[in-house]
Design a protein around this ligand. Structure first.
Ligand SMILES: [Zn+2]
Length: 160
């Protein structure tokens, strides 16, 4: 009697989740051009994140994608050590944080190795992840657009 063979593991390339709303594609389209753009309400001027179909302040429906400088404050951070998503398990631990952008919204972002512990000033940039979706990254406030290193350098594509 022979031992039963283990089923072969499928040979597939794992990618991060790509389930996004249609309106979020605006963020990704700008990221593909190397630009960090957020929606700005033409009626009240509010800047919003995450992308939505209508303004969170006045329900205005005309939202213009507008270039942002990404300046903000890293107000908290954590180290992600577990994920139910098989793709992310290969990159753990991952440093994540909350950035209060000077333009208004607060965003969950990846935090680059060079960023000091919260609270600290940062500059949020946008990159494309391996699935081609926009991913926000907090860089040191005075950092240039050099390629990311460490875990984030592996997790995210190099800038376009
Ligand atoms: Zn508005």
């Amino acid at each position: 009697m022979t031992e039963s063979a283990q089923p072969e593991k499928p040979d597939v390339m794992l990618l991060p989740s790509s389930v996004r709303s249609r309106v979020a594609l605006g963020l990704t389209a700008a990221a593909a051009r190397g630009r960090f753009e957020l929606q700005v309400c033409r009626n009240c001027g509010a800047v919003q994140y995450p992308p939505r179909e209508a303004c969170g302040g006045c329900l205005g429906s005309i939202l213009d994608w507008t270039l942002q400088d990404g300046a903000g404050e890293l107000i908290s951070e954590t180290l992600l050590c577990h994920s139910h998503d098989e793709f992310f398990r290969a990159y753990l631990p991952i440093r994540l944080g909350l950035v209060k952008l000077d333009c208004g919204p607060t965003a969950v972002v990846y935090v680059a190795d060079a960023v000091r512990a919260a609270p600290t000033r940062v500059r949020v940039a946008v990159r494309l992840d391996k699935a081609g979706n926009a991913a926000l990254v907090a860089m040191a406030a005075n950092a240039s657009d050099t390629p990311l290193t460490g875990t984030l350098g592996l997790l995210l594509r190099i800038p376009p």
